[in-house]
Design a protein around this ligand. Structure first.
Ligand code: SAM
Length: 270
């Protein structure tokens, strides 16, 4: 049975969302604001669906939830979601976003100022989603944050990593700057006139940083990863390249989602 796409069902909450977004200087019609849920429905939703047989009734942590897009997608799939962010205004906008989709009861939004200490019990969640977020966590606390996500995830739980800028790539995906990934941040003030630029995260920080985890994509020979990509509608020739690369990398115990410009990998807690 296919799940119906999230729909805006509450016009009052929709108006409140648009007004609040404008007050934050955001365009509510922008893809990465008001249409972000549609984007994630066509992308991360397939990663969740192909990796899990049954999502209904699972407890998920959406880490770094921003305006709530992935949280809303997970809730639409029947997951009970706790969504956190370090930005209080984002959390307020995310609450209005969930309200316009009629999903307020399925998602608990929390503003957490220090994500190296999460206000949750150990092993409370079955799933954790880190969608386009780990590269924004300051490098000196990243591992602490990863250990904290590990602490709140149950044994055999899954961590979904997606959209994470990959530091092995010559062009950093968010800034679009060449070679910045290869330069230490302390040189930014000389090379980029004091502007501090983002860096990606190294694949091995993702693979090893949470603790004792198995690469679930490797365990399934990339089946779920490639099925998700196919569902997203990527062209056949690109899909074929991913398939062949994945097969070759598999000989070395690596999966293709670890070497793409944006890292995408699903980890299972041992
Ligand atoms: C691109 S957005 C994430 C999108 C969101 N995960 C989704 O899929 O809808 C990046 C988010 O990371 C949050 N963030 C940055 N540093 C963080 C930290 N240390 N802990 C948690 N969230 C953080 C930002 O506030 C921002 O909302």
């Amino acid at each position: 049975m296919t799940t119906a796409k999230p729909q805006i069902v509450d016009p009052q909450a929709h108006d409140a969302f648009c007004t609040f977004a404008r007050s934050m200087g955001l365009d509510p019609d922008d893809l990465w604001v008001g249409r972000y849920v549609d984007y994630e429905w066509k992308h991360s939703r397939y990663v969740f669906e192909h990796a899990c047989h049954s999502l209904k009734g699972q407890q998920a942590l959406e880490f770094g939830c921003n305006y709530g897009a992935t949280a809303i997608v997970l809730a639409t799939l029947g997951v009970t979601v706790t969504a956190i962010d370090i930005d209080e205004q984002y959390i307020e906008l995310a609450k209005l976003n969930a309200a316009r989709y009629g999903l307020s009861e399925k998602i608990t939004f929390l503003h957490v100022t220090d994500t190296t200490r999460l206000p949750f019990e150990a092993a409370q969640f079955h799933l954790a989603s880190c969608n386009s977020v780990l590269e924004y966590v300051p490098a000196d606390v990243l591992q602490k944050v990863q250990h904290e996500i590990d602490r709140v995830l149950a044994k055999n739980g899954l961590i979904f990593i997606a959209g994470t800028s990959n530091r092995i790539w010559p062009k950093e995906v968010h800034s679009g700057k060449w070679c910045v990934n290869y330069l230490p941040p302390r040189l930014d003030h000389i090379l980029f006139a004091g502007q501090s630029l983002e860096r990606g995260v190294f694949p091995w920080q993702i693979l090893r940083g949470f603790g004792d985890y198995q690469n679930a994509d490797l365990a399934s020979n990339g089946k779920a990863y490639l099925a998700a990509k196919a569902s997203m509608g990527i062209p056949q020739n690109r899909l074929q390249i991913l398939r062949i690369t994945n097969r070759l990398l598999g000989l070395f115990g690596i999966t293709v989602g670890l070497i793409t410009p944006s890292i995408s990998v699903t980890l299972r807690k041992a």
